[in-house]
Design a protein around this ligand. Sequence first.
Ligand code: KG4
Ligand code: ZN
Length: 346
Amino acid sequence: MPKKLIYILAFESSCDDTSVAVLCKEPNDDLPKLVSLAVQNQDEVHAKYGGIVPELASRAHLVNLLPCLRKALTEAKLKIEEVSLICAAAEPGLVGSLLVGHTAAKTLAFLYKKDFVSCHHIEGHLHSILLTERPSFPLVSLVVSGGHTSLYELSSVYEWRLLGQTLDDAIGEAFDKGAKSLGLGFPGGAELEILAKSGDNLGYKFPSVKVGEFDFSFSGLKSEFMRILVREAELVNHQNLAASYQKALFDHLESRLRNGLESTGCLNLAIVGGVAKNQELRSRLEGLKSEGLIANFWAAKPEYCTDNAAMIGMTGYLRWSQGFRSELSDDVRSTHRPKLKKLSRG
Ligand code: KG4
Ligand code: ZN
């Protein structure tokens, strides 16, 4: 009997992006491929507040979800009846936001009697690399996004352990706050990167951050940025400040990453999440090859860096293929499950 195609329908709504994707696993392939992806951001809804307003995010997900579902299914020329697995991000994230995509996915799984898998959003980011790449393991993976900054060691696509994470803000949040204060749009990471290109990154001095060797902390750099803006007032050079701030954020990120790489002895590095779109960061990390700290470097494709359902479909498939299924009574969670172990040296 010919082996059949496995279609996966995935939902992502953990923060402010509503997304639905269809993936297909062909019998002779190791992993599913992306067939269609619909992503609707809510930048306009939140721009005037300079940050995400949770209640507005949940309401916008309600408006955006069905059009995204229709678009993904239409582009894939697929009926829900043909799907084998439905999956959705269930944690971590904004509870009201997560509820929208997760409940829609569970409802369809119930109506169409399909397998259902609740997914971990960060695991989705870690797996986003598999949409285009086949990295080697063990792999150290840096997640840099609007809501998260964390470093993981993956022994395989199924096994990951937390090495360190931010004690306060995520690096994307630090980019967005800086961008807002310079009068750029929201989210402003990409615009800040462009502004920084024409600036002198030694124009302003930022202190080095003193935290544990695997921890990240960006709140002090954010405060220093604000202090410089107030101190310099009209004299402030926006390009130089953007360039110096970006350098300070990346210096700190890289120092923790180096500790993680050295302590694990891992020579394979991947970078995922929205801030992984940053060209300066990509080339900086690529440069670690020349000093022999890493042998291989992979960065998620820019369109799969920010939140999207394609990465959730990959995670859902991997868990499902291991035999994992979620109950339809499963609920969403705002924080990480406590099973993650932190690394300590010595
Ligand atoms: O992965 P993502 O959608 O957020 C979460 O999952 O939390 O990433 C969004 C973040 C925003 O903070 C945005 O400013 C940042 O990624 N970002 C960038 C760049 N492009 C997006 N930050 C720095 N440089 C960029 N080029
Ligand atoms: Zn994310």
